[in-house]
Design a binder for this molecule. Structure first.
Ligand code: BGC
Length: 686
């Protein structure tokens, strides 16, 4: 449809029709069935009269192509202009075929993996008749107590930005009108990852300087990559909830960041304004949110029920409604829904596409690349011909998908089932084994939304069992399933090797077996710092400088008196079955460095060369070190490759409290290595 035709349509719509386009209702209200909601469900009393105006449907439970087609049909039939609803759902790390959790995808340091995850999730989601996914989640995360760290690519703004942009590219392809693609919704805008003490739905406090420098860049990257929607976060900036924060949604998101798509609330968040004592009733909540710049109301029914009356009372202008409605119509137009609301889906097509070989292979490769080898005394990879015991809660358990995997196909192959196919080792019990594989960790319900914790170590039972296995005097390999970095300080001495496998998804068991057997070589590097103790949290590689930096054997410096400052494992850390030597960097032009990297071991492997930077002098404080660039390269034994890094000013640019850019000037020290605690070894000059 042309823009002119869209505007004509808008002009022909009644007020109720226009406000209806701004409302999202649950799919069960259109086609029946039982919700599996991700938020509270109130009695929404959706009369057929209201329902017929709704502009969007949220799938609050797994759906088939038939369900979505029925929902679309039922809304279109009643809608006076037969405008199709836009159908949305969370496709966070794959859909039918589940990929590793996004935190693990961050560990690949490989944008191609993030793009593949976005693409495959979109292909399967689109086959089910979805139009929009509520992804990528781009909260920069530094507190592992928060359950939702699993949904993010990690603690580094640069890594989140690169991975987020790649996920958007994969999700929408060269346009969300493609039959097998979805529109992307970057969330949660902004600062949700700062929830105090890692507690779910807790308040945050953040300066504008930190917003500009740390929390907004991943969203800017997603917007630049073409994200069609942005979801406001449950938290508040300057004591004004994001859902109705005019400065954030208009001045920052639209004017500064150049976003021109749909801003949708998070689940029920308009209504929740009452919990902050900002809105006396649902009507006032609708008024504040629309005036604040929110386009679409997810699951509050505030817009649906109250906007027409607010316009009639003169509290909200019809022009504001028109502007918001046009955004929704434009989204539908970008999706091609006016031409084909069903985007050609069918149950047959869904069956053909979901779980197809190509997608399963991509999920396998992502799982292989995202596991992080934290410790290895040579026990891994396992030798052929040995006897192996596979034990622990996750040894024969298919719950390895992680939170946000309700569309995942079951049954999932378990580790035990996978190892039963392995002819190179014999499975036996712990008493008779040469090596013990101890597969434990978190349950998948302990990760994701509403899964914050105050204890992030292994449980007492897990630790006791680990000690008992260790006492059998044979090598113990810990296969650690988790949705957040877990504190392993006490466990580590009892393990000969530790493979952090996160929640690896549908192909997880096959990927872990291939890594353990040495068919694949671990190449994941931590996307989030692993703390040594809970008291260090939040701990991350790019903390701002201290007025009194730590100095060995000194008092009154930046330190604890009962704990060291260093984490257990730094950001960017990860072992391989081979070894790499990163040579002396060479500055070949004022802002260009070359670094040789050599595979010094005896097998092929992938190195992740990381560049951390710090300006020697500047107008604003900076992190002592922050990740600004990286490259992942596969190298044969003895092979050397020279990597070139162009340190462009945008990588070092800072922003002041007013959002003005502070360009880098002078000498910038670089630490180039394969973990964030590597030493400064080069510099460039701006
Ligand atoms: C979550 C969002 C999600 C939405 C819809 C909310 O509770 O915070 O991330 O997209 O539910 O499921």
């Amino acid at each position: 449809m042309t823009q002119h035709a869209l505007i004509e349509l808008l002009n022909d719509m009644t007020l109720e029709e226009k406000t209806g386009q701004l409302a999202q209702v649950p799919v069960v209200s259109c086609i029946g069935g039982i919700s599996e909601p991700t938020g509270p469900m109130e009695a929404y009393s959706l009369t057929p009269e209201l329902l017929k105006f709704c502009g969007s449907v949220i799938c609050d439970r797994p759906v088939t192509a038939e369900d979505t087609a029925n929902a679309i049909r039922s809304v279109m039939e009643e809608q006076p202009h037969h405008i199709p609803p836009v159908v949305m759902r969370d496709v966070i790390h794959g859909c039918h075929t589940v990929f590793p959790i996004p935190l693990a995808i961050g560990c690949t340091f490989d944008e191609a993996q993030a793009e593949a995850m976005g693409r495959c999730g979109a292909i399967e989601g689109a086959a089910k008749g979805l139009h929009v996914t509520f992804a990528p989640m781009l909260d920069v995360v530094r507190d592992p107590r928060w359950g939702r760290v699993m949904e993010s690519p990690g603690e580094s703004p640069a890594l989140c930005a690169a991975m987020g942009a790649a996920m958007v590219r994969g999700t929408r392809g060269d346009g969300c009108d493609n039959k097998d693609r979805l529109a992307a919704c970057a969330k949660h805008f902004v600062g949700y990852g700062l929830s105090q003490a890692g507690q779910e739905y807790a308040p945050i406090d953040v300066s504008r300087t930190e917003l500009y420098n740390t929390y907004l860049p991943p969203f800017q990257a997603a917007v630049d990559a073409g994200a069609e929607l942005v979801m406001s976060a449950f938290v508040a900036i300057d004591r004004t909830p994001c859902v109705c924060n005019e400065w954030l949604l208009k001045d920052v998101l639209r004017d500064r960041m150049g976003f021109d798509g749909v801003v949708i609330s998070d689940w029920g968040d308009v209504e929740q304004l009452a919990n902050h004592a900002l809105a006396g009733d649902l009507s006032e909540a609708a008024q504040l949110s629309l005036q604040g710049g929110l386009t679409m109301d997810m699951m509050s029914m505030a817009y649906l029920k109250h906007l027409p009356q607010l316009v009639r009372e003169g509290k909200v202008s019809e022009q504001a409604i028109d502007e918001a409605c046009l955004k929704v119509l434009e989204l539908k137009n970008k999706l091609g829904l006016f031409e084909d609301p069903f985007k050609n889906t069918s149950l047959e097509e869904e069956e053909k596409v979901c779980g197809c070989q190509e997608i399963r292979q991509a999920a396998y490769e992502a799982a292989v690349s995202s596991c992080v080898l934290l410790k290895n005394d040579g026990t891994l990879p396992l030798q052929s011909g040995i006897k192996v015991a596979l034990t622990g809660s996750h040894a024969d358990n298919g719950d390895i998908l992680g939170g946000w995997s309700a569309d995942g196909c079951y049954p999932i192959e378990t580790l035990l089932q996978s190892f039963q196919k392995e002819s190179r080792v014999a499975l036996t019990d712990t008493a008779n084994a040469d090596v013990i594989l101890y597969a434990i960790g978190e349950r998948q319900q302990e990760t994701g939304e509403d899964a914050s914790k105050t204890k992030i170590e292994l449980t007492a039972e897990q630790l006791d069992e680990l000690k008992r296995l260790h006492a059998l005097n044979k090598p113990v390999v810990l296969l650690l399933f988790c949705g957040r970095p877990l504190i392993l300080t006490e466990a580590l001495p009892y393990c000969n090797a530790v493979l952090n496998v996160w929640f690896p998804g549908t192909a997880g068991a096959a990927a872990i077996r291939a890594l353990v057997m040495g068919d694949e070589n671990p190449s994941g590097h931590l996307s989030m710092t692993v703390p040594r103790s809970l008291g260090q949290v939040p701990i991350h590689h790019d903390r701002l400088s201290s007025a009194r930096p730590f100095k060995e054997n000194s008092g009154f410096v930046n330190r604890y008196i009962d704990e060291v400052n260093d984490p257990l494992f730094p950001f960017g850390y990860g072992l391989s079955y081979t070894t790499f030597a990163i040579g002396e960097p060479r500055t070949v032009a004022p802002t260009v460095v070359e670094v040789p990297v050599t595979n010094t071991g005896d097998r092929e492997g992938a190195a992740v060369v990381q560049v951390y930077a710090r300006l020697r002098h500047g107008r604003l404080m900076q992190p002592d070190k922050r990740l600004i660039a990286w490259q992942k390269r596969t190298l044969q034994p003895d092979e050397t490759q020279t990597l070139t890094f162009r340190i462009t000013p945008d990588k070092l640019r800072l922003y002041d409290a007013a959002g003005n850019a502070v360009e880098p000037e002078g000498i910038c020290d670089l630490a180039i290595g394969d973990r964030s605690d590597c030493a400064f070894n080069a510099h460039v000059v701006f």
